[in-house]
Design a protein around this ligand. Structure first.
Ligand code: PHB
Length: 389
């Protein structure tokens, strides 16, 4: 497999660069996303962001036309893997990107390795993903980043006895573990760690259990798109009135859904890397342009992962004169990139290929008649705490 790809790459490079054809050959970016199913909002946000990036930055880089090929995997790992294989073998994409959920990224990692194709993870956020292939570069975030930030904030703010509730798979287990460790370090306690199934979860029995335990707070991680259901049931059961605070990673108060979740969300504190209300000039421009291009849709953290992922690809193409040197040269040119994102300053750690960025503490507030995650504190330039384990 390895040598076949190597040979194909060398022949193509010889043919194209010698004849000047290189510049005319389109550079293809495969964007694999869940456009249907439970995580369809992730696909919609990332595709919109990638298209916005191209509209703003042109569809030609270093003389090569950029072709974006968007494919729907429905959130099913076998489909992601099959599509990735087809994109590499048949379409000869120069980059694989997207990956809306951890299992989808992990299923594709061996294909990136075997074909030496850079794989830009724009959504999935389990810490270990970047270790699954040396061709993976991540522009989303990691759950340990958020969980550590919350595990420091909660005990300092009167929440010493907390129950955790997470989706029972990679990112949820990361959130649970790193939150608990940090609480313990701060002499606080996780009373119980509850795990709900990823697919079609019924939160009711879990929330009942939380009520019975009477913690100071409930810490939640559910993936983008599932937050509204948790919030609804939390409020319906009057848990806020029973004195249980709701905290979590910012996936819970996802900008994609927040405005529809209602005023019961006011005051919910979360830790995350992006809020549509981030008060920078660049973000204001980004939010405005995104809304304008998408019928008023508010961008969420998934959109920003996609937008920044495209930036990383474009910059690598510029630095390799249109992708000369193949996948290895492209990944090398992605490492160490540092730039201002709508989320703030971001950096691709050259050692880990993972994203380094600010972690913000945010509280849901009403601004101009709309609900937003308003940032009130920041931990600067946070690396993935999962990498030192
Ligand atoms: C993941 O599966 O890694 C994932 C998905 C959605 C999120 C966070 C993590 O919001």
């Amino acid at each position: 497999m390895k040598s076949r790809f190597l040979t194909r790459w060398m022949v193509l490079a010889l043919m194209c660069s010698a004849s000047g054809l290189w510049a005319q050959e389109a550079f293809k970016i495969g964007l694999i996303l869940p456009m249907t199913g439970q995580s369809a909002s992730t696909g919609k946000q990332i595709e919109a962001a990638a298209r916005l990036y191209m509209a703003q930055n042109g569809d030609k880089v270093a003389g090569r036309k950029i072709e974006l090929i968007v494919k729907d995997d429905g959130g099913v790992p076998d489909a992601t893997k099959r599509i990735a294989q087809e994109l590499v073998v048949n379409d000869k994409v120069g980059v694989l990107s997207g990956f809306g959920l951890t299992p989808l990224a992990l299923a594709t990692a061996p294909i990136a390795t075997q074909s030496k194709t850079p794989m830009v993870v724009m959504a999935a956020a389990t810490s270990s993903i970047t270790e699954a292939s040396p061709f993976i570069v991540r522009t989303s975030f990691t759950l340990p980043q958020c969980a550590v930030a919350m595990g420091d904030w909660a005990p300092k703010n009167g929440m010493k006895r907390v129950v955790t509730l997470v989706s029972d798979y990679g990112p949820g287990l990361d959130a649970e573990r790193y939150f608990k460790e940090r609480m313990q370090l701060n002499s606080a306690q996780v009373l119980e760690s509850l795990r709900v199934p990823l697919r079609n979860p019924d939160f009711a029995p879990f929330l009942q259990k939380v009520r019975d335990l009477k913690p100071d707070a409930l810490f939640v991680f559910v993936p983008s798109g599932a937050g509204a259901a948790v919030m609804k049931q939390f409020l319906e059961r009057g848990m806020d009135k029973a004195g249980i605070k709701l905290i979590g990673t910012g996936d819970l108060t996802d900008d994609d859904q927040l405005n529809d979740m209602g005023e019961g969300t006011l005051g919910v504190v979360t830790a995350h890397h992006y809020s549509a209300a981030h008060p920078s000039a660049l973000n204001k421009k980004f939010v405005e342009a995104f809304k304008k291009a998408n019928n008023g849709l508010r961008p969420n953290f998934m959109a920003v992962g996609g937008y920044d992922g495209m930036r990383v690809i474009y910059e690598a193409l510029k630095n390799t004169k249109g992708g000369q040197g193949g996948g290895e040269a492209m990944v090398a040119a992605m490492k160490g990139q540092i730039f201002e994102s709508p989320r703030g300053q971001i950096y691709i750690d050259a050692q880990t290929r993972d994203v380094v960025h600010n972690m913000y503490l945010r509280k849901v507030e009403k601004k101009d008649g709309q609900l937003y995650n308003v940032e009130f504190d920041v931990i600067k330039d946070m690396k993935d705490p999962g990498k030192s384990k």
